[in-house]
Design a protein around this ligand. Sequence first.
Ligand SMILES: O=C(O)CCC(=O)C(=O)O
Ligand SMILES: [Fe+2]
Length: 167
Amino acid sequence: MARSLNLEENCFLNQYGDRAIMLQRFNLYPRCPRPDLALGLKPHADGSAITIVLQDKEVEGLQFQKDDQWLRVPIMPHALLINVGDQVEIMSNGIFKSPVHRVLTNSERDRITVAMFCAPESGKEVEPVEELIDDKRPRLYKKVKNYVETYFQYYQQGKRPIDAVKV
Ligand SMILES: O=C(O)CCC(=O)C(=O)O
Ligand SMILES: [Fe+2]
């Protein structure tokens, strides 16, 4: 990702520290008689730097928001879906966007997925890379520490956590 922006290739990785977090979550979405009334996971953007998702091989449900529309992610057996989280949006000064996504329920089938959240070590400061700040693109985000804690406070209140760290 750094190379695609003509940056030194470790400039994002350096912000993870030596004890980066790899947190794995197993998601089970039980079948639901009223998918029109219940979501599997409410709209959110991930608080990680990068998330890797192994989707259910047979049951669809994940959708990403683009221009006020929900776009479905098709089933791709054995493929890993790589998603940008808020902390990469911060490090890249908003160039890589952390997209809002949600999960629908299914009336006939349970759905199982595995999400791996990769994030900087706790206590490590994360901020936009210097080279990505200039007059045309001013700094969009403050320096943040322990972003995941801020994230959950905001998430519980139904707010977008990244808004809390905007300049
Ligand atoms: O289950 C999925 O397809 C996505 C899960 C997800 O977005 C998450 O765990 O943050
Ligand atoms: Fe997510």
